[in-house]
Design a protein around this ligand. Structure first.
Ligand code: B12
Length: 242
């Protein structure tokens, strides 16, 4: 039962919905072009359910149609959580007992990226999804540098704060900015500090591929829907319990 297919009206009918933009003004021809693209992507039949011109010379489309592709859930590869989820109380107790000092966390949104809502959700007391952020944890010392922080500023702050962990957020993915910035950041830490003095490097954002940590030179990537408790549990697992 590991083979599944998408459905819209009846189980297994293969119906999917897809949205995209073409760089052409909205007219009948544009709608035909959208259906041609959908057909080339394997949708048969493809139906146009929405088309709207977005500014001069661009049209946004939504198409709905049948695909014949199957998914084998046994062959799906994901990064599973490989550490236990701890409560704030357990995190505080472990840091206090084993580290015997506060665990220092420095967070920032680097590059030109100004999307701070994600990193704030992880760090600020108010948190997200009913969980308090890392500032709420008594045994964590959090320094949130905010948005548009340069890599040299981040490295300097990490050194100043004797960071055990550096948490970086990247939301904008235009021209792979999130990948370039992450590589630049991890290289800068490798250059500035010997391996045994380097903080744990964690990046997060909604469009990262969590399996790319090694390739990007960081210790862990957190994606969409991450909660502060997951991050705190990971930090304890890596820095206090290992
Ligand atoms: C709010 C918002 C803004 C606000 C940001 C305000 C602020 N202070 O953050 C404003 C209006 C300023 C803005 C500006 C822009 N934005 Co904007 N914005 C958004 C929007 C609507 C929501 C983002 C958000 O807050 N999500 C909620 C948070 C909680 O979710 P999250 O970021 O995913 O974070 C979670 C996880 O990813 C993870 N996480 C995130 N970071 C980290 C870090 C660590 C260490 C960890 C562990 C976990 C973690 O945990 C978080 C909690 O679960 C998105 C669209 C969308 N719906 O996502 C567009 C979006 C991100 N913006 C976009 C764009 C293009 C822009 C602009 C370039 C627009 C423009 N032309 O000016 C500018 C760029 C400004 C800049 N220099 O960065 C695009 C990006 C497209 C792309 N391919 O990169 C998006 C996707 C909209 C779109 N569909 O086009 N934006």
């Amino acid at each position: 039962m590991s083979i599944v297919r998408p459905y819209g009206d009846t189980t297994g009918d293969g119906m999917v919905q897809l949205s995209f933009t073409l760089p052409i003004p909205h007219d009948k021809r544009a709608e035909g072009a959208a259906l041609q693209l959908a057909a080339k992507m394997g949708m048969d039949p493809a139906m146009l359910v929405h088309a709207k011109q977005m500014g001069d010379g661009f049209t946004f489309f939504v198409v709905y149609g049948r695909v014949t592709h199957l998914v084998d859930t046994d062959k799906v590869e994901v990064v599973e959580r490989d550490f236990p989820l701890l409560s704030a109380k357990e995190v505080n107790a472990l840091v206090k007992r084993r580290l015997r000092r506060k665990l220092s966390v420095v967070g920032a949104c680097i590059g030109t990226d100004a999307h701070t809502v994600g990193i704030d959700a992880i760090l600020n007391v108010k948190g997200i999804a009913g969980e308090k952020g890392l500032e709420y944890y008594r045994e964590l010392k959090v320094t949130n540098l905010g948005a548009q922080v340069t890599v040299p500023e981040l490295v300097a702050a990490a050194q100043r704060e004797r960071a055990d962990a550096v948490l970086v957020s990247q939301v904008v993915t235009q021209r792979d900015a999130h990948l370039h910035n992450t590589r630049e950041m991890s290289a800068a830490f490798r250059e500035a500090l010997p391996a045994d003095k380097r903080p744990l490097l964690v990046v997060g954002g909604p469009r990262f591929d969590e399996s790319m940590a090694g390739e990007l030179g960081v210790d862990r990537i957190f994606g969409r829907g991450t909660t502060p408790g997951e991050v705190a549990s990971y930090l304890v697992h890596e820095l206090v319990q290992s």
